[in-house]
Design a protein around this ligand. Structure first.
Ligand SMILES: NC(=O)c1ccc[n+]([C@@H]2O[C@H](COP(=O)([O-])OP(=O)(O)OC[C@H]3O[C@@H](n4cnc5c(N)ncnc54)[C@H](O)[C@@H]3O)[C@@H](O)[C@H]2O)c1
Ligand SMILES: NC(=O)c1ccc[n+]([C@@H]2O[C@H](COP(=O)([O-])OP(=O)(O)OC[C@H]3O[C@@H](n4cnc5c(N)ncnc54)[C@H](O)[C@@H]3O)[C@@H](O)[C@H]2O)c1
Lengths: 206, 206
């Protein structure tokens, strides 16, 4: 079992290795990965050893093989179907984002309460009324839901999702939702990522 | 100077401490922070010691004081002005997001090329034509830009931003933009965060 921080770094390694592979570079060295991600090189080596992969000394990791190893370890080629609650600005941006396919996320349908949106399609995904949510979860055997609605509605919809058989919630609303222990929740807050950027600006001024 | 991973964890500690403080809880213990964020407790203690803060043994950290300490260390109360290029779905969601204020980000204006959008306002921020970008950067002394446009346009707009005097770029377009060494770039890819969630689902299946 990998630690949380190691697991969080692996997709970032994957994005870098993909870029080098798509540029036609046959090898990538841990020092290059470390530089691009602002991580210690020994940490990069430890992480890669932890997923039972190794490169050639002085040459590095074969980009094609390492990419395939990460895809298999992170189960990226096995698409996970998800529903998305909230067809507002954020929901639409997520539904349209082609970057999700590479990481095995397939948003199948959206749900909203606004009558003007029901029946519309975005990137070939239909917007249904929230009253159809439970029935559709059972019909399509959906385990993952993304929540992109205002904070005051989020807890209620999380409870609806859990009662419908959802096992994991990716929550963008700015509150921490409470769910039973066995349900997996990831609270996404991109504002926290802004802080890292702004600290780096302060360092440069330093 | 803190390590990258430690710096990345601090805003997440801040969000947890804010929640406990707003719920009226006077103290929070490192074991609670560790549990909520799936991080080792010794790592939490090391991080907090690294920013010269300490709690009371067995009781924990005073939520009010710890919150203020993090605000000062992360410079959260000093709002950083930013421009946002791209008033599409993602750009609108970012412009409307009230969560940014807490972390010191103040999006002042948006820029786009679509004539139907020019002159509109979103959350009291005006959408200007991209041709006015350079002039407005100088006028308002802006150092940060957020890029939320399609990948094929992103490099060109990043170069425009750097030539206009921008010092830091928060890039959401799905390509890694190339900029001179002294410019700070953060490439945001929320798809990588999805992988963590989906690995946890696999772990539960066991
Ligand atoms: N975590 C982050 O990093 C981040 C970033 C941006 C926005 N947000 C958050 O995402 C959420 C959505 O933002 P937005 O800009 O898209 O808002 P929006 O107002 O544009 O869209 C919200 C949508 O949710 C729908 N809705 C409301 N209640 C509903 C319910 N009970 N069931 C189904 N649909 C419902 C509305 O009809 C609307 O279409 C907000 O909570 C915002 O704070 C989070
Ligand atoms: N990194 C992530 O996690 C993530 C998540 C979602 C979307 N995205 C990306 O964000 C970008 C925006 O997504 P969206 O759904 O808002 O797309 P969108 O098509 O709704 O909006 C794009 C906007 O950019 C404008 N635009 C195009 N070229 C421009 C230029 N040269 N200067 C100024 N404005 C210009 C368009 O007029 C439009 O308003 C895409 O590249 C998408 O892949 C990234």
């Amino acid at each position: 079992k990998l630690s949380g921080p190691t697991l969080r770094r692996l997709p970032r390694y994957y994005r870098i290795v993909c870029e080098h592979f798509e540029r036609g570079e046959e090898y990538i060295r841990s020092v290059e990965i470390a530089r691009r991600l602002d991580v210690d090189e020994t940490q990069v080596r430890k992480d890669i050893a932890a997923i039972n992969y190794s490169g050639k000394p002085k040459i590095g990791f074969n980009t094609k093989e390492f990419k395939a190893h990460l895809e298999s370890f992170l189960d990226l080629s096995n698409a996970k179907k998800a529903f998305l609650i909230g067809a507002g600005s954020l929901g639409l941006a997520l539904a349209k984002y082609t970057g999700f396919n590479k990481y095995g996320l397939d948003i199948i349908a959206l749900f909203d309460v606004d009558p003007h949106k029901i029946g519309l399609k975005i990137a070939e995904k239909e917007i249904f009324h929230i009253s159809e949510f439970t029935e559709k979860v059972c019909e399509q055997d959906i385990k993952i839901v993304i929540i992109a609605i205002p904070g005051e509605e989020a807890q209620k919809m999380a409870t609806l999702a859990v009662n419908s058989g959802i096992k994991a919630i990716w929550n963008f609303a700015p509150i921490n939702i409470e769910v039973p222990k066995e349900i997996i929740v990831a609270n996404q807050d991109i504002a926290a990522d802004f802080v890292i950027l702004s600290m780096k600006i302060d360092e440069n001024k330093g």
